[in-house]
Design a protein around this ligand. Sequence first.
Ligand code: GLY
Length: 403
Amino acid sequence: MRKVILLPLVLLILLLSSCKGPSTRPEGLTLKQIGQQLELLDENIIKVQAEDPLSPNGQKRVVPRTINKDGSLAVVPAGDWTSGFYPGVLWYMYELTGEVEWKEKAINYTDLLEDQQFNGSNHDVGFRMFSSYGNALRLTGDESYIPVLEQSAKTLITRYYAYVGCLRSWDFNQENWQCPVIIDNMMNLELLFWASGQTGNPVYHDIAFMHALTTMENHFRPDNSSIHVVDYDTITGDVRKMDTHQGYSDESAWSRGQAWGLYGFTASYRLTDHIDFLKQAEKIAMFLLEHPNMPDDLVPYWDYNAPGIPDEPRDASAAAIMASALYELCRYSENGAMFKAKADKIMESLGTTYASEPGENYGFILDHSVGAKPSESEVDVPINYADYYYLEALLRKKKLEAR
Ligand code: GLY
């Protein structure tokens, strides 16, 4: 009789313990633990490079991106859109610790991306080069990084469509799109604003400014959520379609896209003083923070309209981007104290509940991000850009609190 009662209980315990979900680390994540994780990641990259040096298209594997479905570490070539984030992680570790070991690694991994200054096959040259070379220049002042960044900006503006007023994001799916612009593209503008300041040539600034204005006009719905992909007619410049690529639906609010918008408009305000960009960033922040589907720990589900909430994966990367953006926005906004408190809450959640267990996940810092749920790609896994924006947010928090 007792066996009959115990068996379902044992099965239930086994089932619960086999479900993957955030684990808790009540004491939070220390800089020492982050350093230990990243040392492990470095060792694992070297192993993959030795055992399987080339990607399926024959390119050298250089930076860690995520964990593959088969459980192996994904080390991707320099042309991958995320390749700047690992050098960026190393630069941020150098900035956080002052330890020269991180600087040396950062220099080595940054140098591996040099050819990417000419890669204009998509808008991601900004992501790749400003996270790596941009941080390298900022932290070392070494002027040899400048020509690479200038060339990267030149490459990026080849994607500008004057009739549209935007940089074209992608070239694939040409049977459906003419000039697709994704909200993520706001993240590439900082490279252009920097390039005008550096060279004295206003063209980079003017293109970035126009891109932000056009995005503000066409990417936002009345509730201040953003559309993922707006496709433009290359002849007339008119909007042709409003789609999603990584979100739940064309009408939904894809979480990382919302975070890119928040970050991009906050940075654009810093770089231009244009007050409408600040107002846009504040409206995005309020949409996110007051959303009925935002969980109490402020780590969003992968899409605010995902159909199975609350049984949907969270996206730690969206939370990390949001935290970093809020630490900047709080400096400019009348609601600064509230935005800072929300960013603090996100960081507490990420450090206590979404961090990798020590020695796990090949050394990635955070777990539980989502790359592209509609294609079941990179769901509930560590991803390099979550780690990058988490460290950036840690730095921003530290600087704010030291003021
Ligand atoms: N396209 C960048 C992202 O997946 O967020």
